[in-house]
Design a protein around this ligand. Structure first.
Ligand code: MG
Length: 439
């Protein structure tokens, strides 16, 4: 106990405007959803969809990521035409209840378009609740497990020397984890430009031959471990481009190079093969970027067949389901490594960072830098320092969207001719004989 005189002498900390607003709302009826809007913008060339929930309480609103860049127009329509009328007039404070209601209201569920639409609303409701409470979402969700979020960044090259150079630059910038990808002779390698060599084919389009790639990837990883040293953590993304048997071979062949993880070595259609890989080697496995449904992640986590869950948080339906699956992973010893590419909006990245901070079983976070235009539209993006992302401490996600600036970057801005013609969709990749393969 301190005396009244001593207490009076203590410096007085004045309540912030946010804290005053939060106090004023306690005991009040819940805010009602008054409008549901979509902000469609492409400040970094990727079509981003951000949902804005406006409540009946003066100045109380929130933002959520609904970005499915390859089919953005459909997500925006799902929000405006179906979720908006479903949500108007409902209380904004029952997040999980509204999630369940939206999820079941289409009867058929777990598809990427509807999951992203739900995610936009879900994350916006968390933002509303954070702003109402005057707290960052990571505080609402229990508080930090760690000071900042350890990240990996992307190194690439048309050949091994160019890749090693790129990886060294990333390590010099402070990253302890590097994803390494190389171009494959004459082919459309994932995550790196192709080398100059020409490969004979029966068509003019992008070519990919899985066996060539596999042999090049093994050699590349061996060289990276030798040249980059023992301390760096190496990650490689197969992007589901090999057959199940090749996936087993590849996971076994790279075991001596002690990867941090091997990513998407199988496609979602082939996940039963994880059992074979698990039985034959101890290469750490990351999977889930393409998952949309609990039917996909539940068996892999429940049978302890992977080491890192890689889901794209908006594709699984938002912050609410991601927390639940992360908790399942904690019980089964599977860590998080949420998908963090450039086609997640900064609001989505902030949601990833909040999950990273509050989940005990955090593994790593994929990092994609925000360009100046993205920071102009999304003010308060998480900050990168020495390979760590730092959360914004403002209430909610801590991000304000400058809607005037967002309008300066319409869909199609900065896109290639082909992608613009496809409304942001992807083209195709074929083997030399013309057979389609997975992207
Ligand atoms: Mg990937």
């Amino acid at each position: 106990m301190i005396s009244a005189a001593a207490a009076a002498a203590l410096p007085v900390r004045l309540a912030t405007a946010q804290e005053k607003a939060a106090r004023a709302t306690r005991g009040m009826p819940p805010p009602i959803i008054k409008d549901v809007q979509v902000i469609a913008t492409a400040p970094a060339g990727y079509r981003l969809s951000v949902v804005k929930i406006v409540t009946g309480q003066d100045g109380l609103y929130g933002y959520g990521c609904a970005t499915f860049t390859q089919r953005a127009g459909l997500v925006n329509l799902a929000v405006e035409k179906y979720l908006r009328p479903f949500l108007l007039g409902k209380p904004a404070d029952r997040i999980d209840d509204l999630w369940q209601a939206m999820y079941n209201s289409s009867y058929w569920r777990n598809g990427p378009v509807l999951n992203n639409a739900i995610s936009g609303v879900d994350q916006a409701l968390w933002d509303v609740k954070g702003r109402q409470a005057g707290m960052p979402v990571y505080q609402l969700a229990g508080g930090k497990h760690r000071e900042a979020v350890d990240c990996y960044s992307h190194a690439s090259g048309r050949d091994i020397p160019e890749l090693i150079d790129s990886a060294k630059k990333i390590m010099a910038a402070g990253f302890r984890h590097v994803r390494v990808q190389i171009g494959v002779s004459g082919m459309a390698g994932y995550g790196a430009a192709r080398s100059q060599a020409k490969l004979e084919a029966l068509h003019e389009g992008a070519i990919f031959e899985p066996a060539y790639y596999m042999r090049a990837a093994i050699k590349m990883l061996e060289t990276c471990r030798k040249e980059l040293g023992e301390e760096v953590e190496l990650i490689h993304d197969v992007h589901e481009r090999v057959s199940p048997n090749q996936a087993v071979q590849l996971a076994k062949a790279v075991e001596p190079f002690r990867l941090f993880f091997l990513e998407d070595v199988l496609s979602p259609e082939d996940i039963a093969y994880f059992r074979l890989i698990r039985q034959q080697c101890a290469t750490p496995l990351a999977m889930g970027e393409l998952f949309n449904s609990p039917h996909e992640w539940t068996p892999l986590i429940g049978e302890r067949l992977i080491d890192y869950m890689r889901m794209h948080v908006s594709q699984m339906g938002g912050f609410t389901p991601a927390r639940k699956v992360a908790a399942m992973g904690e019980i089964f010893g599977v860590k998080t490594a949420w998908h963090g590419p450039s086609d997640v909006s900064p609001v989505g990245h902030a949601a990833n960072v909040a999950l990273d901070l509050v989940c005990q079983n955090f593994g790593i976070q994929e990092y994609s830098p925000f360009n100046d235009a993205a920071r102009e539209v999304f003010q308060g993006c998480p900050v990168m320092k020495n390979g760590y992302l730092y959360a914004n401490d403002q209430p909610g996600w801590g991000i304000e969207v400058n809607e005037k600036a967002a309008a300066k970057y319409p869909y199609g801005a900065g896109e290639s001719r082909e992608r613009k013609d496809l409304n942001g969709g992807w083209g195709e990749i074929r083997r030399r004989d013309g057979t389609i393969i997975k992207q």
